[in-house]
Design a protein around this ligand. Sequence first.
Ligand code: FHN
Length: 413
Amino acid sequence: MAHLDKAFREGRGQRADAKSSTRLDWWREARFGMFIHWGLYAIPAGVWQGEAIAGIGEWIMKRAEVPVAEYEQLAKQFNPVKFDAKAWVALAKAAGQKYMVITAKHHDGFCLFQSEQTDYNMADGTPFARDVIKELAEECQRQGIRFCFYYSQTQDWHHPNGWGNDWDFGARDFNNYLETYVKPQLTELLTNYGPIGLVWFDTPMIIEEEQSRALLEHCRLLQPDCIISGRLGNTLGDYASAGDNKIPDGAADWDWETPATINDTWGFKTNDHNWKSTEDLVHKLVDIVSKNGNYLLNVGPTAEGVIPQPSVDRLLAMGQWLDVNGEAVYGTQAGPIQGVPWCRSTEKGDTVYLHVFDWPSDGRLVLESVSAETARLLCAPASALSIEPYDGGLVIVGPKEAPDKIDTVVALT
Ligand code: FHN
């Protein structure tokens, strides 16, 4: 397992009893979700007082050590008039994503939901004056997407007792912050927005085991079926979290997820144009699923509330590929063919799905130690492919041209 460990950071493991729990059933079926990083950081979008700030966009407050009194002025400008919950959820649906995880509160402390604990929130502290978490939760219900939220439980650069802001605050009472601020906010989020699929805690850092456990129990009491992410800390989450954009070399026998970016940032940055190709994104999705994982792919909307067009284009293209090949992704697990560079495999019931990334020019797919009676292309289900025996394995004979330039899926039974 040593090769796998590199992709999983310490303290981000799966709790011992989670594997046998039915809580994760929908999530294992889903395999692909939409992550949304949206907050005040979308306004500076990577540039502070004329200076481009290196690194991920949502960290601009920390990277530029912006004082709270200055940073919180951004709330008065936050007026995303183009925000459209229906369109965001429809995009996730068209992309083939089955759950949505949005930053209810990120490290900068600004809340996208209405909270009695602070006015530093979208509904009470901005000219927009709307609870976007409510709008998205309702729209997800309507369109059949599991609604989930991200919540930064340890880092809060706005709260004097939260972790991470050393330029404004000195000594802190972290436990007091957890008890008197985090827990009441979790109560609000797990009470006011209907059923929540999962709470995506992040960057556990200094949180101690009994504090992680207290948050877990708090969430369990409010919504027992809600999944808790591995980044709650102290190996108490329901599934393991790989590092950002990290994919392990081989299949894991625990439940895990890779959170990932389409370009390099999570929160919107004007200067980040390093977009991954659709082919790369589909390959990453399939690679992850072929190793028993989930892919949580991020979008970073602008301060106007618009999901950048390069993200939209790629998500729609992924959705088109999934329309044809979704059978080989949703509800599947790691297949029997592992470690072969030109392909990946997933399986469900008695069907093995061979995902061919590099189609051979003679159209002959040689597989060792595999037996199958039938082979069909998901992109042309009516035409069966012939199978020839080969030295303990088999050869599937297909066309000379790759039927799908991105990933041709052959279903073997
Ligand atoms: O610090 C955060 C970062 O801003 C972002 O939210 C990612 C998403 O997985 N999580 C943390 C870094 O691992």
